[in-house]
Design a protein around this ligand. Structure first.
Ligand code: F6R
Length: 530
């Protein structure tokens, strides 16, 4: 429960030791019971306070030794940083399952949960390994393995910059990040689609190993899961390898069938999502190969994979993911087409067409943003006070509907559901009555007509429809109460364009309601605990 007593840092019973913690100590109840029996009284309801008291009991003049001793008793995920009154010049830190980075400065050193927090001070970063310990003073950083053996290390210079981590005149990071998408997509493409081909040589994939892949599993959470759903359609279309997309939190407990001829693709903006990491650990243990699609260089998920396609979207600060999503979609198109060609299952004209389309995306997203989408703002103003929204789409844009609904609910707190258009008749159509709003994502493509039929069914029941359609779609113009037009593109690329107005709709609805857009209640940017 959020209150002052539960805030970090937590102080040990002797008042000498203070600790901050990101994560969860799963066996804290048992440890707490034990400490209470020994006469320790607790000031908070947190799991962290248990660690403070345990450390105080194990401390005999050396904080590092005390931490080493206490770690043997902790189960769960943690990044911990501890100071002791008797050694005020040092911080001892450790991590297991939660991220922790160390910044190397001049005459000063830092620890933090992620790199953007350090950019104001330094770009020299050390990533602490799982189970490792660090002793940090103003002058020196020392790393140790889980047995307290000193570990040599090298700092890396991060490619993130402070400019990129500031708002630059935008009211919110989310709006800035929406507007950064043309640049972010261009970065994702840089050097990978220079000619008429997709170039995935950076992944060092072995064509023979690839030919042996019988099944692909995409693992991710949240917004990254929706890009993974688009990824499934793309991978199946271009590689013809059966592909399944899993919520990593489901996968890890589903007793999944894992075979060595399976290829896993882990998708994550932060590279630190606990469920995705754990799902990866399970598949790696059983010998499957894994590729990451990730934004943060050097983070845990890429380090656990055999190869990584970095999205290079730059730091994403707003909790609601925007540019990370569109760049993941672009990465999936390149991966699917590239693998398809290596397997001889995607022909040259198809590849050329897609590469051409990919190259146009930055300018097309820019054009969409420049249009100052009037219908989006009108719609946000008119419907900000409703309690429910329905989003529908089909095939490549079914995940777009899910992502649009997630964006709206997470930052405006309005309930929204994303549905496959074909499912309407199987239940959700019952919700539709006068003025019930549905967002229909219906760009050009194989399923457009089917979605138009869904819209007609909604209109016949007096529902209100906001349509996202391709420029010049006259039928959509006639049907829609609000029309949002996106540039014409290959249908495989349409999720990239169609989601942009949905991000803006969520943004403008949330700002009209006065919500804390960049930090919605109850949510964290990186979900580093289960
Ligand atoms: C929603 C959002 C989350 C993340 C999810 C996974 O806007 O940002 O749903 O997508 O927590 O995070 P990553 O991609 O860092 O693994």
């Amino acid at each position: 429960m959020p209150n002052v007593a539960n805030c970090h840092p937590h102080i040990s019973f002797d008042g000498k030791l203070s600790i901050i913690h990101n994560g969860i100590i799963e066996n804290y109840r048992e440890l707490k019971r034990e400490l209470i029996e020994q006469g320790v009284s607790f000031k908070s309801d947190t799991d962290t306070e248990v660690v403070a008291h345990l450390l105080a009991k194990s401390y005999h003049g050396d904080l590092l030794q005390a931490m080493h001793a206490v770690l043997k008793r902790l189960h769960g995920a943690y990044a911990l940083a501890v100071c002791h009154q008797e050694q005020p010049d040092r911080i001892v830190a450790t991590r297991m399952g939660s991220p922790l980075v160390i910044g190397i400065g001049e005459g000063e050193n830092f620890i933090a949960s992620d790199v953007p927090a350090l950019l104001k001070y330094t770009r020299q970063i050390v990533f602490l390994e799982e189970g490792g310990l660090a002793q940090v003073t103003r002058e020196k950083v020392e790393l140790f393995d889980a047995d307290l053996k000193p570990m040599p290390f090298n700092a890396v210079t991060t490619n993130l910059t402070l400019d990129a981590a500031e708002k630059e005149g935008y009211e919110h990071f989310m709006l800035k990040e929406i507007h950064e998408q043309p640049h972010a997509i261009a970065e994702t493409l840089r050097g990978r689609v220079d000619g008429e081909h997709v170039d995935l040589s950076e992944l060092n994939l072995d064509a023979d190993v690839l030919r042996g892949v019988k099944r692909i599993a995409v693992l991710a959470c949240g917004t990254s899961l929706y890009s993974g759903m688009v990824g499934k359609y793309l991978l199946e279309r271009f590689t013809r390898i059966p592909t399944e997309t899993w919520s990593a939190s489901e996968f890890r407990y589903a007793d999944p069938v894992i075979e060595p001829d399976m290829l896993v693709i882990a998708v994550s903006q932060s590279g630190e999502t606990a469920d995705t990491l754990e799902a990866l650990r399970i598949v790696k243990q059983q010998g499957a190969k894994a590729i990451a699609i990730c934004n943060v260089m050097g983070s845990s998920i890429p380090r656990a994979c055999d190869a990584t396609l970095y999205t290079r979207a730059g730091p994403e600060i707003g909790v609601a993911s925007t540019k990370a999503y569109t760049t993941q979609l672009v990465a999936f198109v390149m991966l699917a087409v590239g693998l398809g060609r290596m397997l001889g299952r995607t022909d040259e004209p198809t590849e050329h067409k897609l590469v051409d389309g990919l190259k146009q995306l930055p300018a097309q997203v820019q054009a969409l943003l420049d249009e100052d989408i009037v219908a989006v703002k009108r719609c946000a103003k008119r419907y900000k006070d409703v309690f429910n929204f329905m989003y529908i789409g089909r095939h490549f844009n079914y995940p777009t509907a899910m992502e649009g609904a997630l964006k709206l609910k997470e930052i405006s707190y309005i309930h929204a559901e994303g549905y496959a258009g074909g499912e309407m008749k199987h239940g959700p159509l019952a919700l539709v009555e006068g003025s019930f709003p549905t967002i229909a994502v219906a760009p050009q493509g194989r399923t457009r007509e089917k979605l138009i039929s869904n819209v007609q069914e909604i209109k016949a029941r007096k529902g209100v429809v906001v349509m996202v359609s391709t420029h010049g779609d006259e039928e959509a113009r006639e049907l829609a109460d609000y029309l949002i037009e996106i540039p014409a593109c290959e249908e495989e690329l349409s999720p990239v364009l169609a989601v942009v107005p949905l991000q803006l709709l969520a943004y403008y609805t949330a700002t009209q309601l006065g919500r804390d857009v960049d930090k919605p209640r109850n949510l964290a940017k990186s979900v580093t605990v289960e």
